[in-house]
Ligand binder design. Sequence first.
Ligand code: HEC
Ligand code: HEC
Ligand code: HEC
Ligand code: HEC
Ligand code: HEC
Ligand code: HEC
Length: 494
Amino acid sequence: MKDPSRIYRCLLLVASLVTVGYLVGAAVHENYLAQWKVVQHQYQDILRQKATDDRGRELLAKFRVEMKQASIPALGAVDRCVTCHNGIDDPRMTDVEQPHRTHPGHILDKHPVDRFGCTVCHHGQGAALTFREAKADDVFWDYPLLPPEMTEATCVTCHDAEKLPPDQIPLLTAGMKLYQQKSCGSCHKLGGRGGALGPALDNEGAKTKHQLIMTSLRPPHTTWNWQLAHFRDPGGVVPDSQMRNPTVTQREALALAVYMLSQWKRDIPESYLAPDKIEQKYRALHPTPLTGEQVYQQYCNACHGNGSYSRWDKKFKRFVPAIRGVSLVSTATREYLQANIEQGRPGTQMPAWGPHAGGLLPDEITGVIEYLRAGAPTAPAMTALTLRGDPSHGLSLFLRNCAGCHGMNGRGGLAPEIGNPVFQRAATDEFIIGTIRNGRVGTAMPAFQRPEAPTLGDQDIADVLAYLRTLGEQKGRNAIAQNVTLSAPPGGRP
Ligand code: HEC
Ligand code: HEC
Ligand code: HEC
Ligand code: HEC
Ligand code: HEC
Ligand code: HEC
């Protein structure tokens, strides 16, 4: 039998050799093969080729292979990007490969590296010494490098987008326009104005990948990629999303994504802000009112379409009323429209637009009412009825003729909520009677007193009205049991 201690000594020797080999390998890798050192040796060669004049020779002589960084405490940045991007502010480096190349455009003249660094515009992990970690789209880092064309999203950290030359921010400019054209404000608040169905977007650019649903997204799992995919198909990224597909091209999606990423209330010292950014903050406190048509386009259009026909909404699974339709505007009073717009219809998708909700200015609400009523008769056509109504007969008529569309108790159906408290408060009896008699042209709401074949007589309509009014009292079925009798004299509610 061999001496077992020999086997152990052999094993120990092998283990030591492996460890030493590994350490030597690591040292070589760190000191000679580290990505940034390879890059800098390449750069030194380039400097040598370009050292054709005194200045060139001086730059070559001064070049050291060493780690380089811009440390900017005011921006919380330690950016070592220049360790690899050595030629970034050398105008001679236009004909060489990345990462040696001169920065495109003249942007570094106005934003010198030692004062601004790189990550304030590009994002990415400033302290990293490999490109993979600097890019940071597959490592733990909140704000990975933006694709070059999306970098303009960060300009508005310090600038007022309206004051920058549009050719420097082409995607951002297009994104701002699309946001209005696509009526995104119908469902989202930005700067305190907009609808309530989707989340407010004021700080969308500050979101990290952990705050968004990444499960259905193809890599890279970055917020910029999420935004792009979400604009192409919201439901494909967020299951059962109520957001309508904005139907945009790839480039339009890019523009919207850039605009969204630009929404970031970053805390930047005032000395870093361009003067117009400071003015912008004060201007935002005093917005200029939009015209009625602009309000409609930006804040109503996504739900109501052009407003002249009632839309069947696939996502909402209901009709969205024709608010510029001839039947509505010829019967609805200004007060009725104002109440519905200011207060919305709680419990439905229709949001409230008053100053403390959707943030529209009083002038803008007046403006949009004018816009809805454009072409309507100045005094709405009124149809009066002097009959006394019986709510319990009204209920059975309602269940037979109306509930299929308007829902039990006039709520939660496919058609507008005629049991909704805001509707009940705002609608006059004449308005309701007129709507039942004549229906609404261009919508699913039928006329119940067509001259050739009336479905309901005057007494029936009075009964239905009496029943509908019990819904406004919010006592529901009890009120009917008590047989509350209501009448509808001309000129007002009982
Ligand atoms: C270790 C060296 C290294 C560091 C550090 C580094 N880069 Fe780079 N960078 C590269 C290389 C190499 C490329 C070319 C890569 C390629 O084309 O795949 C590159 C490319 C880029 C590009 C173009 C990317 C593209 O998709 O076209 C940008 C922008 C960029 N770097 C910015 C930065 C910023 C900002 C930092 C600091 C946060 C940084 N880099 C740090 C080596 C580096
Ligand atoms: C003031 C903002 C700003 C700063 C600061 C800035 N960049 Fe850029 N950079 C941009 C913009 C915007 C673009 C895209 C411009 C274009 O394509 O014309 C860009 C483009 C680039 C590109 C070219 C990408 C490509 O392949 O098209 C590289 C590389 C790059 N920057 C690296 C850096 C590095 C490294 C720093 C820091 C030394 C830096 N940048 C600082 C705004 C900035
Ligand atoms: C960290 C803040 C910051 C960021 C980010 C930034 N800038 Fe600037 N920029 C400034 C400051 C500060 C000035 C100097 C303003 C001055 O001196 O009037 C400036 C100057 C400029 C100027 C010259 C303006 C003039 O009137 O001379 C242009 C153009 C410009 N920036 C474009 C951009 C673009 C495009 C981007 C995005 C790619 C950008 N900036 C990102 C802070 C920033
Ligand atoms: C019909 C209402 C509606 C319209 C119109 C609409 N959205 Fe949305 N949006 C939503 C809802 C609901 C969500 C939440 C579900 C989701 O993420 O898909 C959402 C989510 C978002 C998100 C993700 C927010 C987050 O942080 O989770 C962004 C960004 C966004 N919308 C931008 C837009 C833009 C830009 C437009 C215009 C092109 C638009 N939306 C139009 C309803 C809408
Ligand atoms: C086939 C479905 C359908 C039936 C049945 C129906 N309605 Fe409607 N109704 C609608 C639609 C759709 C609208 C919204 C029309 C629009 O776009 O302006 C509406 C609107 C109304 C309005 C105005 C609501 C508002 O918000 O301005 C009243 C009041 C009304 N209906 C009462 C009735 C009554 C009472 C009955 C039964 C006698 C009835 N409806 C039957 C579909 C229907
Ligand atoms: C998110 C979708 C959405 C947006 C945005 C929206 N509406 Fe509505 N609106 C609705 C729905 C749904 C109804 C029907 C509510 C109900 O069921 O009672 C409605 C009802 C109304 C009514 C009552 C119509 C009637 O037939 O009596 C008016 C008036 C109205 N909206 C005006 C506006 C105006 C003006 C804007 C823009 C400032 C606007 N809406 C924006 C979804 C929306």
